[in-house]
Design a protein around this ligand. Structure first.
Ligand SMILES: Nc1nc2c(ncn2[C@@H]2O[C@H](COP(=O)(O)OP(=O)(O)OP(=O)(O)O)[C@@H](O)[C@H]2O)c(=O)[nH]1
Ligand SMILES: [Mg+2]
Length: 578
């Protein structure tokens, strides 16, 4: 196996790695015998199914991204008065601030990767404009819609919601205020009682003691007033800048009007599975409310209100996006088994093919067209429901990097790529008949798939426990913390065992490279083994109880010659229609 080399480093490679380069060149010579007309690769003439390793399309791809969302803050209200000739004290006419922009997410067909979003890292919605004089309100901040591929999972990691925090501290403040008033009332009553008792008391000495007590109580009350809690919404007031310091200090503000957001912030933590195109964008973060202009505070006490309110700050949120490609068929196989060649044979894909392990480094999706645009499907779908509404004219196939034994221990490229076949309708295990015992290969592939499913489930479970935040509040203003240790995560609506889910999928084996010599025995053994699984004589290779064993079969193909490939298409349509 010659070493791989990134395309960009090709010219520098001989200087950087002279020994590697020699190995690479010599192995190339053995692989490609150049004739005067066409290149010969793998002892066959170069073709679309037997391409040179440098003949491929390499679309950019990312399946994970982390974004910080900043919704727009609201614009401030304005302090202004009408000024006209012969009208020295015109009425207030400051405009309101505009609301901040919201952030939405939408899944759409046509997007296939998260790489553009992964590069962005921040998303900011527009801020609301400030209000202006002559009753001109500020315009609303611009909304932002994040467009992601269908199959994206959205998870909230962190959130800072100043509006919710302020509401919370205001409730606490109100609770404390009520308590303080109650205590004051009680103290007042006690004071009256004491005063009455002191008046009635004949004895000079006892009267002096009562007087002392009364004085002490008065002192305590004064101390309380100094240390009384401040209204957390005081910072919201915006004063006319022309006021002097003493005027600012003396300003008495009215009660702030109660306001609610036009769109309320969805409670956290947000968890979305955008497995189909979203008709309407889904709201993630709402912008702040705009401030109020001074006409709102015009009253008998405030005939010339020299204040307005500031716009609200908006939500900041960190989200994690994970793309699980939604292909109908997932190709699973060891490295160099011939998955990419099979994808090329089935579809118009131009994925990279090479005679070494890990040629494919990122998932590729290809579409198998069934109707060939003649108006009649070349393979009629037996699914009655789908024929009535939307006849199946195509299906998609995902080719992922090869798995090796111990992939769950992060050997090779690991099993992270299995997430792209996790949601496929059908699994196709691609097994190279010329590369040793096919039954053993099938068993080790199923083992890795099972271990992957187990790991996923544990990961999901731990994430669920750690990311649960309680945003609801109790009446007294305190938030109820979640009892993580005693939380019931095994409730009936908890996700079913992932291993069962994967093993329950219809599957079959593509026994490839059947054109190579001495592969018949291997195929026969594999076929017998699969027959035994179907009959129930041998257990499912994943070891999962209740796994799919309806009609386990192996289809022999020679993808490089496009032989037997049509059978795969027929078989897949049959399984997809089940
Ligand atoms: N003779 C023969 N060779 C094949 C066949 N299918 C694939 N090959 C060859 O096997 C080698 C590996 O093929 P790939 O399609 O790159 O294998 P892969 O499974 O995608 O490999 P990774 O991406 O590394 O996991 C290439 O040299 C192909 O030309 C086949 O049906 N017959
Ligand atoms: Mg490949």
């Amino acid at each position: 196996m010659p070493p791989r080399c990134a395309p960009g480093t090709a010219t520098l490679a001989p200087f950087l790695y002279p020994s590697l380069f020699l190995v690479r060149v010599s192995s190339r010579i053995t692989q490609y015998r150049c004739s005067s007309t066409t290149q010969v690769i793998n002892d066959l003439p170069e073709s679309r199914l037997n391409p040179a390793p440098d003949d491929y399309a390499n679309p950019k791809f990312a399946d994970k991204a982390e974004l910080t969302l900043y919704a727009g803050r609201g614009g401030n209200g304005c302090v202004s008065f009408l000024r006209e000739a012969f009208m020295p004290d015109g009425p207030p006419n400051g405009g309101d601030g505009g609301a901040g922009g919201n952030i939405y997410i939408q899944a759409a067909h046509g997007e296939t990767s998260l790489h553009k979003i992964a590069r962005r890292r921040f998303v900011r919605a527009g801020r609301g404009r400030h209000g202006q004089g002559s009753a001109r309100s500020g315009t609303k901040g611009e909304d932002v819609i994040i467009t992601v591929p269908v199959g994206t999972i959205v998870r909230e990691i962190e959130r800072h919601d100043p509006y919710a925090e302020e509401e919370m501290s205001y409730r606490v403040f109100r609770g404390l205020e009520k308590q303080r008033k109650r205590e004051q009332r009680e103290a007042e009553e006690q004071r009256k009682r004491l005063a009455k008792a002191a008046e009635e008391e004949e004895d000079e000495y006892e009267r002096a003691i009562m007087q002392d007590l009364l004085e002490k109580q008065d002192e305590n009350e004064n101390e309380d007033e100094d240390g009384s809690p401040q209204d957390p919404r005081n910072h919201k007031w915006l004063l006319y800048p022309g006021l002097s310091k003493s005027e600012m200090g003396n300003e008495q503000f009215p009660k702030l009007p109660k306001r609610t957001k036009y769109l309320s912030q969805p409670p956290g933590p947000i968890q979305l599975d955008l497995s189909r195109p979203t008709e309407h964008p889904v709201l993630l973060a709402t912008g702040g409310i705009g401030g109020l202009g001074n006409p709102h505070f015009n009253s008998r006490q405030h005939p010339r209100p020299m204040f307005a309110t500031k716009g609200d700050e908006a939500v900041t949120m960190k989200i994690e996006l994970e793309l699980k490609l939604l292909a109908d068929v997932g190709l699973v196989g060891l490295p160099n088994a011939g998955k990419s060649t099979l994808l090329r044979a089935l579809t118009n894909s131009r994925t990279r093919v090479g005679n070494w392990a890990f040629t494919t480094l990122q998932p590729n999706i290809g579409t198998v067209v069934l109707d060939k645009y003649t108006g009649r499907p070349s393979i009629p779908s037996r699914d009655r429901a789908s024929t009535a509404a939307d006849p199946r004219t195509r299906f998609t196939v995902a080719d992922i990097p090869g798995l090796i034994e111990g992939a769950h221990l992060d050997r090779g490229l690991g099993i992270a790529f299995l997430r792209h076949v996790e949601r496929a309708g059908v699994l196709a295990f691609v097994i190279d008949l010329s590369a040793g015992d096919a039954v053993k290969a099938l068993n080790s592939l199923w083992r890795e798939v099972g271990l992957y499913a187990q790991m996923r489930e544990e990961e999901d479970r731990s994430r669920e426990t750690s990311s649960h935040i309680d945003w609801s509040m109790t009446e007294d203003g305190s938030s109820r913390p979640l009892d993580v240790l005693n939380a019931d995560l095994t409730s009936p609506n908890h996700t079913p065992a992932a291993a069962k889910h994967i093993a329950g999928k219809p599957w079959f084996v593509v026994a490839t490279k059947a054109d190579k010599p001495d592969t018949k025995d291997n195929y026969r053994q594999l076929s017998t083994y699969l027959e035994k699984i179907t009959k129930g004589e041998v257990g499912h290779p994943s070891g999962v109880e209740g796994a799919w064993i309806k009609k386990c079969t192996a289809i022999p193909v020679s993808a490089i010659n496009k032989q037997g490939v049509d059978r795969i298409t027929h078989w897949t349509v049959g399984l997809l229609d089940e």
